[in-house]
Design a protein around this ligand. Sequence first.
Ligand code: NAD
Length: 341
Amino acid sequence: MASGYATEMHGPDPVVVVCGGGGFIGGHLVRDLLAQGHSVRSVDLKPVENWHQTFSEAENLVLDLRDKESCAAAVRGAAVVYNLAADMGGMGFIESNRALCMLNVLINTHLLLAAKEAGVNRYFFASSACVYAANKQDSPENNGLKESDAYPAQPEDGYGWEKLFGERMCRNFTEDFGLQTYVARYHNVYGPHGAFKGGREKAPAAICRKIVAAKLSGRHEIEIWGDGEQTRSFTDIDDCLKGTQELLKSGVTDPVNIGSAELVSINQLVEIVEEIAGIRVRRVYKPGAPMGVRGRCSDNTKIRQILGWEPSTRLRDGMEKMYAWIHDQMTQRLNRAGTPE
Ligand code: NAD
């Protein structure tokens, strides 16, 4: 019998479903749940060979969760459903694919309905710091966004609106139908086994890739989007996994930040990666490139109150793990194909 919330069930081990299990956070969550002894079903739209991580001990299903019938098949017999499935990426992707991001509403709607109909005990929705109102993020000196700062609503166009709407649906399903829903607002999660090229990658992975490429080529120059003075906090994947799973045991169904409170500018993030790589690079700033808001950081008062814990992995330590993984991926490709990217 597995440890944690699933042991509260009676009879055979209930299934824990990870929607978006072929993605970055989903792949790590599947690994973690299997290690705890859970029976895991991992569901994703992509062919299995394109998943970031796969585990033969899990039931791996390829389904399009925009379809209602696929959602019913995904959650059959499930006690817990994690909804991490979304068509998304970093700023470069979400700023130029707003309609696609809005279409994630189909996944959230059909999964919630299927979970309600299947009698699922706990339903998790991965929301985002992109729900926060733009006027609270117009300075690089951001003191931290409290959960209440999402209202009055002025979220990121497209992706942020869809996440905010998804949060409200969860709340209404809890209030009206009694489905226990849990919502985390993730702040820039990073780590190994995620996208680092191709257009969906986020700043930490993109910076690692550029600096690895600079190191391997000897051409010590990288492009930076904007002036590099925009600030963010970045959350280590292990903190994200811990916060997510603990949240589901808390009974708190209001949205909660899962994010680091270590605020850095993109220029400071570049310095951290330069230190890890042991090189200095010339920075070529690209003023018109997608930058998002000017400053964004997580306020962790609420998560500390609920869990007595907050994400605390030092950015330098987490980035070291991700840099090492991206370096490996790129050197392996260089040896195989003669080019690192
Ligand atoms: P990801 O892109 O690596 O994973 C999402 C997965 O969902 C992908 O594997 C994708 O193939 C799958 N998917 C997309 N459409 C689908 C569909 N119709 N049916 C089934 N699967 C589908 O992203 P991630 O970084 O792992 O993010 C996971 C969740 O967390 C997403 O909901 C994302 O919006 C949210 N989030 C992530 C971050 C972050 O920094 N990574 C920050 C805030 C919120």
